[in-house]
Design a protein around this ligand. Sequence first.
Ligand code: ATP
Ligand code: MG
Length: 398
Amino acid sequence: LPLEFQKARIILEKIHNAGFEAYFVGGSVRDTLLGLPLHDVDIATSAYPAEIKQIFRKTVDTGIEHGTVTVLDHGDDYEVTTFRTESTYQDYRRPDSVQFVRSLKDDLKRRDLTINALALSLNGEIIDLFGGLEDLKKGLIKAVGNPNERYHEDALRMMRTVRFASQLDFEIETTTLEAVTNNAHLLEKIAVERINVEWIKLLLGKNPKKGIVGFLDTKLFVYCPLFNTMEQVLKTMLSLEQLHFSDDVAAWTLFCYLALNDHKQIRKLLKAWKCSNELIANVQSCFSALELLKTNQFNAWNLYTLGLPAFETANLVANMLGFARDIAAIQSNYESLPIKNKKELAVNGGNLIKDLQFTPGPLLGKVLAEIEKQVVCGKLKNELASLEKAALKIKNNQ
Ligand code: ATP
Ligand code: MG
């Protein structure tokens, strides 16, 4: 058993000793069987949250209304979730109320895919009630139970289905794929933030083309923000020889490059997808760097304002598009910039006000901006005396 499970054994043992059942469940069981690294270990139990809180000294009510209590143990934390069913689905979204149950079977039944519905017991036995092991072996993404009903209950599962196809490089089983196609329109009921998470996991997966094919064939893309006109863009992505992304910035930058005519439309698209302002800013920088790599004409000022990470990520994207540049040369150009940010400038507003009787205001800002640019481009030496001399000259020329 992986180390993560060995460490977590004690949690299962304590629950057992108190007279309840407990199992490892979900992604960690799937990933262990696939020999993949684990990120979190989920535990499911017949004990109710109040009972879990009596068994362990330190717990946090992370999602107690859904039955999840975080157990803290020797510096590690584990999400322990009571077996539950989700019978009251409204609006095709995940239910806001759940029923706690004592049976593992009922808990596994409500899970989305057969490969996600496996449990692992304390003695190392796999509980496989829905053929998940066989599907893992065959490399199949298949809904638990009646796929049509399952997607009706929670439409996000459709995005998870294509996401796992990419992430694991698995095929989507036929009736499951049909059910996604038939229910694709229900995706409109799902919060954009949650669709976004799955879309990015799809793009960052092992075989993003496989995920995109599913996303296209089932028409799920039509029901994603501003994507109904993006069929050609998605197909262009499929036509690229290499399609692999280091992170969400790279993924969105490639998408924007293929989809948008100019930089100004990035914000609108990513806002529609509810991306954070930080991500939007990073994509904008990376997009600008990508355009500069394309023409292969950029200078110290471009490196300084956009930053090295934007160029590094852009070059990975440029590689997929067939115009990657010599990144070592770009890195060394960046390293030899006279300054890397404004704070390293040998002069500031205070100096100019005190020494040269500048007054605070727009002119001061303009002079400083000009000095910054000339220092970055190597036209001025970064030392107080020469910068003050230059400041006076610039001021007099205004
Ligand atoms: P990841 O590697 O992305 O964490 P995961 O399978 O662990 O994959 P989670 O979102 O962490 O995915 O969910 C944990 C488990 O909960 C899943 O394996 C699955 O059994 C169940 N699950 C999650 N989301 C849904 C859903 N929308 N419908 C049904 N079951 C779900
Ligand atoms: Mg998980």
